[in-house]
Ligand binder design. Structure first.
Ligand code: SAH
Length: 250
């Protein structure tokens, strides 16, 4: 077990949002493993570097491939979008380690942090994550819809700002509508709901709605949705959540 494996995230899209530590790790790698569109964000950094592109669904297979290559002595980088630990490949790698060859536990495995979509989206609109917040993925590939509804209800009852990852996909066009209904039953109709598409890229688009006006069709697979807490508000063209639970200073 002489090779190494590093799991990195490319950030939300713009090259400047990829960290220098991530670029350095990518430049050292002999092999890049990842979903095709994420690999395309990585410039050619080392001659002879091999690229193993795959589709987006087979995360565990991709993790096993990366671990096998590292076990053969290769310097492997697994490439995710955003941050690799947020609904992404870092956890898949450890799932594969837990289930796989016991020798994989002695490999040199490292994770490089990246800029996750939630942070890039928040920065596009102001400071909506200025108070306590949480993140929930609406994908029910790996958990039941009942679990998602329970967590949405708890987050609403706790008055967290809620970042919704994976709000929609072709296979699940109605998840966001159902999630918004859970939140409408517990939160005020004028609660801000932010739709940020392609955050942190030159094509970023922002729509500021409320729970009363938000529609599920406003989100696609490249959208991050932020639902405000009771104190989240507009100031000028921005949206922010004051640091104090008493609201803005008077
Ligand atoms: N590891 C990634 C998240 C993977 S889950 C990260 O840390 O950002 C995929 C979801 O992330 C998408 O469905 C979308 O909700 C969100 N997302 C990823 N990139 C985005 C971007 N540039 N703008 C808005 N949302 C994005």
């Amino acid at each position: 077990m002489s090779g190494s494996l590093v799991v990195v995230g490319t950030g939300p899209g713009r090259p400047e949002l990829m960290t220098p530590a991530t670029l350095a790790a990518l430049a050292r790698a002999s092999d890049l493993v990842g979903y095709g569109p994420y690999l395309e964000r990585v410039p050619n950094l080392r001659p002879g570097q091999r690229r193993h592109a795959s589709d987006n669904r087979v995360e565990l297979d991709r993790a096993r491939l990366a671990l096998s290559l590292a076990a053969e002595g290769r310097e492997v980088a697994v490439v995710s979008g955003g941050d690799p630990g947020v609904f992404a490949m870092a956890a898949a790698v450890f799932e594969a380690v837990e289930q796989g060859d016991p020798g994989w536990r002695t490999l040199d495995i490292r994770i490089e942090p990246g800029v996750t979509a939630m942070l890039a989206a928040a920065a596009e609109v102001g400071a909506p994550l200025g108070g306590d917040f949480c993140a929930i993925s609406l994908s029910d590939n790996l958990k039941s819809w009942a679990t998602i509804e329970r967590r949405l209800g708890a987050a609403a009852d706790g008055d967290f700002v809620i970042a919704l990852y994976n709000p929609a996909s072709r296979a699940r066009p109605h998840q966001l509508g159902k999630a918004l209904d859970v939140l409408r039953a517990r939160k005020k109709p004028d609660t801000p709901v932010l739709f940020v598409r392609a955050a942190g890229t030159a094509d970023a688009q922002v729509a500021v709605e409320t729970l009363a006006t938000a529609k599920e069709g406003q989100a696609d697979m490249r959208t991050l949705v932020i639902v405000g807490a009771s104190t989240t508000r507009r100031v000028g063209r921005w949206v922010y959540t004051p640091r104090s639970e008493r609201g803005a200073p008077s």
